[in-house]
Design a protein around this ligand. Structure first.
Ligand SMILES: [Cu+2]
Length: 128
């Protein structure tokens, strides 16, 4: 009886192991990010273009959330993520980021919906 249960558990795990292979066929996202300062201090207007990394086709119908952290200051900043708005041509999104200081930030682009992926872009903000 116990042996049977173990065998089915193993079979179940075996089935689960198939999923990563299927997921590998998922679309991988590629992002171009350009952030420009606004009139507000430390507030940046970021234009994000999302494409399929393999085909370069625009990624549409996804929800894009943008978070930011400073790689050099782990645990110091705790910025709230913002949802980017689709704007302009397909695959183009826009997010307003309110940072806490100038310097190098890692932008975390979380893509959900038809495509799920996370892209991290490291950008320098400000002159210092
Ligand atoms: Cu900092």
């Amino acid at each position: 009886m116990k042996k049977t249960a173990m065998l089915s558990a193993a079979a179940f795990i075996g089935i689960n192991l198939v999923f990563p292979a299927a997921a590998a066929q998922n679309i991988r996202a590629k992002a171009d990010v350009v952030c420009e300062p606004t009139k507000e201090n430390l507030t940046y207007d970021c234009k994000i273009k999302l494409v399929d990394a393999r085909t370069n086709a625009p990624l549409t119908g996804v929800t894009l959330t943008v978070g930011a952290d400073m790689p050099s200051m782990p645990g110091v900043h705790n910025l709230r993520s913002v949802i980017a708005q689709a704007q302009g041509d397909p695959g183009n999104y826009r997010a307003i980021l309110e940072l806490e200081m100038t310097g190098v930030w890692a932008l975390r682009l979380d893509i959900t919906g038809a495509t799920r992926d996370r892209v991290v872009k490291v950008l320098r903000f400000g002159d210092d």
